[in-house]
Design a binder for this molecule. Structure first.
Ligand code: 15L
Length: 267
């Protein structure tokens, strides 16, 4: 194993839950953290409940960890306040806790919604300008900027992964381009935590999909080679969604449906 103590935030979310068993290959101990206490612990796991908007909770979660996979936060479009608490204040708390704990490497789960208003007809590399498609996407732009700021100012290394769609399998036409398999995600974490010098790269988180919107050639030095390809699910997708409407936002923009969501208010 590479890592003594790996912190996984967002461990109660759908992606966190799915990758937990795979992390035993990366770390001796995985500290699983979420807003709820986790009771179904595997032998290699330890639970530390934390609310990201509490600096004290986050300090306790990060204490003694030598790597962090930060999936925690608000993961879809929503009202501004909860997004701000989790993704802006919460991320600041993570970086300050890391700074107080020897600056362990961070894998930051950014999102394709940072560039969601780019058309699907374009192939983007990591020099593309942000075109966020939602308040959620805007909060991830903040997150990428915060990661870069801590890198320039303190040398804190972060792998910024603009995750496409990390699910069990692709279920619509857009996901034939954006799908990231769980095992390709974990392979990315391994690369980010083992490459001798990580720096602060921006990488698109997609499997080796024939229809990918993204070009990761500028971060080749990480040595990450995704293995899965959404094309293997083409027949299933065609059966589930036979005639996709080409004018549906789902097919016009990289961010898909998020481009079509209004500003949401609380309550
Ligand atoms: C995301 O950022 C969300 O967290 C996830 O739920 C999906 O909607 C994904 O993007 C996507 O674009 O498919």
């Amino acid at each position: 194993v590479l890592i003594k103590k790996l912190l996984l935030t967002g461990a109660t979310g759908s992606m966190g839950t799915a990758i937990r068993p795979l992390l035993a290959a990366l770390a001796e101990t995985v500290v699983v953290s979420g807003r709820r206490d986790i009771t179904d612990l595997m032998p290699h796991e330890e639970s530390r409940k934390a609310s990201l908007d509490s600096a004290d909770d986050v300090l306790r979660a990060v204490d003694g960890c030598d790597a962090i996979i930060h999936l925690g936060g608000y993961s879809v479009e929503g009202p501004f306040h909860p997004i701000m608490q989790a993704n802006i204040l919460g991320l600041y708390n993570i970086y300050e806790a890391a700074r107080a704990n020897g600056m362990p490497r961070i894998l930051f789960a950014s999102s394709n919604h940072v560039v969601g208003y780019h058309p699907q007809a374009e192939v983007l590399d990591n020099t593309a300008l942000p075109r966020p498609d939602s308040l959620y996407g805007v909060s991830k732009v903040f997150g990428e900027a915060l990661a870069r700021f801590y890198f320039e100012k303190f040398g804190q290394q972060t792998a910024i992964l603009r995750i496409g769609s990390c699910f069990d399998k692709p279920v619509d036409h857009r996901m034939l381009s954006t799908w990231l398999s769980y095992r390709d995600f974990v392979a990315f974490a391994r690369a980010a935590f083992t490459v001798p010098v990580l720096g602060c790269p921006i990488v698109y988180g997609a499997s080796a999909n024939d229809r990918s919107f993204w070009d990761n050639s500028k971060s080749n030095y990480l040595g990450w080679q995704p293995q899965d390809n959404a094309e293997a699910y083409l027949a299933e997708v065609l059966q589930a969604v036979p005639n996709p409407d080409p004018n549906d936002p789902l097919h016009l923009f990289q961010g898909g449906k998020f481009t079509d969501i209004p500003i949401l208010k609380e309550g």
